[in-house]
Design a protein around this ligand. Structure first.
Ligand SMILES: NC(=O)C1=CN([C@@H]2O[C@H](COP(=O)(O)OP(=O)(O)OC[C@H]3O[C@@H](n4cnc5c(N)ncnc54)[C@H](OP(=O)(O)O)[C@@H]3O)[C@@H](O)[C@H]2O)C=CC1
Ligand SMILES: CC(=O)C(=O)O
Ligand SMILES: [Mg+2]
Length: 591
């Protein structure tokens, strides 16, 4: 056999051979794949209509043991499956049982990803029906660990990778994606993955996770979602020295090289998918994030989740907290730890909401510099050296060296952590907040859990049960002195799925800040009196599909009002229309 293959040599076409003589793994090697030597070229043949074995291997159409007898007969599946026919409900029960057996969250994550690769509808059925249990698995905090280990845990690629190697042919790369009707793209360059820093190409877990929430929480069809990672290198030494790293092994491109690739990408997206594809920037470092948003917000349908989505969810939380705290937004004093994308984005939207009638305080540079609203801006030399997005929030104040000193000096009613730095809300800080506030609002927004400024237990215990608490990553309820406290999750996952649905269903051509305010208002309105009584400032995620429909309707209504919507005529009931647009994971029947 070996000598026959050698004799065939380079010049012989494998397809000219009698396939029956080729026994290297198949009975009839029709396309010569088994027969070909390593240096011979072959064509990767496939068929386009899934049936039989290929249907079982197609995650979009596969139903596994739920294929009916009729479908098994009609689609050449007989014998390829064991005889039993299970309902989707029973499949779901079985899988949830098996996922619950895993001890480690990362094992659950991998089981979910494998399910998505095998049976997409069942994956979404599980995620939708068990959202509170599975959100921490497919999203923060576990997705952070998954990104850190991305190179080693994945067997099949997900999403689209565009690297510097593709500069000059990004459009061709986009065309390789199998779907044409894309409605939402989530794109990262991997430089600021949650609070975990630069994870380069391994940041792909974030767009993949965010888009699975677009589908599960917001009802955008999976086929209309495209996760993209732009690989411009990484400055993460550990990854650069890791032989299994999946990305470009070079330091990050910056300046012109970076902006040219991004520009080519933005233009190619429009060319490939048209004007109305929503491009969500995710987990870019702030030195690029603000610039990209400013540059493309007038020419493309873009949204920065970390700046705008976070702002919208936090504003909703603050507004609903007023029901417990009392007063109006203007009666409160906000102190931010972390003046980056999330921090300044939140400040900006709160300021927009209350027409700049309140004082803001932002601290940065590891708490060494602290500036305060005032009429006399004396820190001019310092101000000039600040990144532009911090400057509006920088005002004169005597230097304050620590967060504790800042809290004691300024006496804020709301403390917002968006520093990416865990454990920064210390016992002393929480105690100070509780000493002059009857109910301090503490938001520890940094992700994943390891980077949270404090835990729920710390917030409730150190405040002696006084704190209203919300965090970016979820915490379990806490019992303190016989009372159970249920922490809220202040995460942009409440906003972006419904926001995206509103944009897509109205055919909006641009994102306007008023649409973010509309989303925020819709979310705040969803908190019930019973939930307020429990100290909650966000509704439970179990209601998220309803919440997303309400958000989508308000966002769409605003788009129509602003003249930004292109879907004409405007549906009579936007909530009903939103609900009718939402993807359902229930199996379809095949003829
Ligand atoms: N809950 C949610 O929905 C969201 C949570 N986040 C989380 O928020 C965190 C920050 O994200 P993002 O704003 O995009 O990141 P950025 O890098 O843009 O901002 C972080 C800011 O924190 C400052 N900082 C870092 N350490 C300290 C410290 N010890 N004391 C005071 N300030 C400090 C940085 O200062 P300097 O400028 O000097 O470096 C920077 O201004 C991340 O953990 C992210 O996961 C983000 C988006 C949404
Ligand atoms: C939630 C989110 O977007 C972040 O932590 O970056
Ligand atoms: Mg993010």
């Amino acid at each position: 056999m070996e000598s026959t293959m050698k004799e065939l040599g380079d010049s012989a076409s494998v397809l000219d051979l009698d396939p029956k003589t080729a026994v290297g793994g198949g009975v009839e090697d029709v396309y010569g794949e088994d027969f070909a030597t390593e240096d011979q070229l072959i064509t990767p043949w496939t068929v386009s209509v899934a049936s039989g074995y290929s249907l079982l291997r197609d995650p979009r159409h596969n139903k596994g043991l739920a294929f009916t007898e009729k479908e098994r007969d009609a689609h050449y599946l007989s014998g390829l499956l064991p005889p039993v026919v299970l309902s989707q409900q029973l499949q779901e029960k079985k899988l949830m049982n098996s996922i619950r057996q895993y001890q480690l969250p990362i094992q659950k994550y991998m089981a979910m990803m494998e399910l998505e690769e095998r049976n997409e509808r069942l994956f979404y059925k599980l995620l939708i029906d068990n959202v509170e249990e599975l959100l921490p698995v497919v999203y923060t905090p576990t997705v952070g660990e998954a990104c850190q280990k991305y190179g080693s845990i994945f067997r099949r690629p997900q999403g689209l990778y565009i690297s510097l190697k593709e500069k000059g042919r990004v459009l061709d790369v986009l065309k390789n994606w199998p779907e044409r009707s894309i409605q939402v793209i989530v794109v990262t360059d991997g430089e600021r993955i949650l609070g975990l820093g630069d994870l380069g190409c391994q940041g792909m877990g974030i767009p993949v996770g965010k888009l699975s929430l677009y589908t599960a929480l917001g009802g955008i069809r999976p086929s209309a979602c495209l996760p993209i990672t732009i690989d411009v290198g990484t400055n993460n030494e550990k990854l650069l020295n890791d032989e299994f790293y999946i990305g470009l092994k070079q330091r990050r491109a910056t300046g012109q090289e970076y902006s040219e690739l991004l520009h080519e990408f933005m233009s190619a997206v429009k060319q490939c998918y048209g004007e109305k594809v929503l491009i969500q920037f995710e987990d870019f470092a702030n030195h690029n994030a603000f610039e990209l948003l400013a540059k493309y917000r007038t020419s493309h349908l873009v949204f920065n989740d970390d700046i705008q989505g976070t702002a919208s969810v936090v504003l909703a939380g603050v507004v609903s907290a007023l029901k417990i705290l009392g007063g109006s937004l203007a009666d409160h004093k906000f102190l931010f730890l972390g003046a980056g994308e999330a921090g300044t984005g939140i400040a900006e939207l709160i300021a927009l909401e209350m027409s700049k009638r309140v004082c803001f305080y932002c601290s940065w540079l590891y708490g060494l510099l602290f500036v305060v609203w005032g009429s006399n801006i004396a820190l001019v030399s310092r101000l000039e050296s600040l990144q532009h997005f911090k400057q509006p929030w920088a005002h004169e104040h005597e230097s304050v060296k620590t967060l504790l000193e800042a809290v004691n000096t300024l006496k804020p009613t709301v403390l917002i952590g968006a520093s990416g730095m865990g454990k920064t809300f210390t016992k002393e800080v929480i105690e100070a907040m509780s000493s002059f506030n009857e109910k301090p609002l503490i938001m520890a927004l940094s992700n994943p859990t390891s980077q949270a400024e404090c835990t729920a237990e710390e917030a409730y215990t150190w405040s002696k049960g006084k704190a209203i608490f919300a965090s970016g990553s979820p915490f379990d309820p806490v019992e303190y002195e016989g009372k159970v406290f249920v922490p809220g999750q202040g995460n942009n996952a409440y906003i972006f799925p419904g926001f995206g649905l509103g944009v897509v269903m109205s055919g909006a051509i641009r994102v306007h800040d008023d649409m973010l305010l509309a989303a925020s208002e819709a979310l705040a309105e969803q908190v019930t009196d019973a939930e307020y009584e429990k100290g909650l400032i966000y509704p439970p995620f179990s209601k998220i599909r309803k919440i997303s429909a309400e958000i989508a309707a308000k966002v769409a209504a605003k788009a129509y009002e602003l003249g930004l919507a292109s879907r004409i005529p405007r549906p009579a009931s936007l909530v009903k229309y939103a609900e009718s647009c939402m993807y359902s994971p229930v199996y379809r029947n095949y003829r």
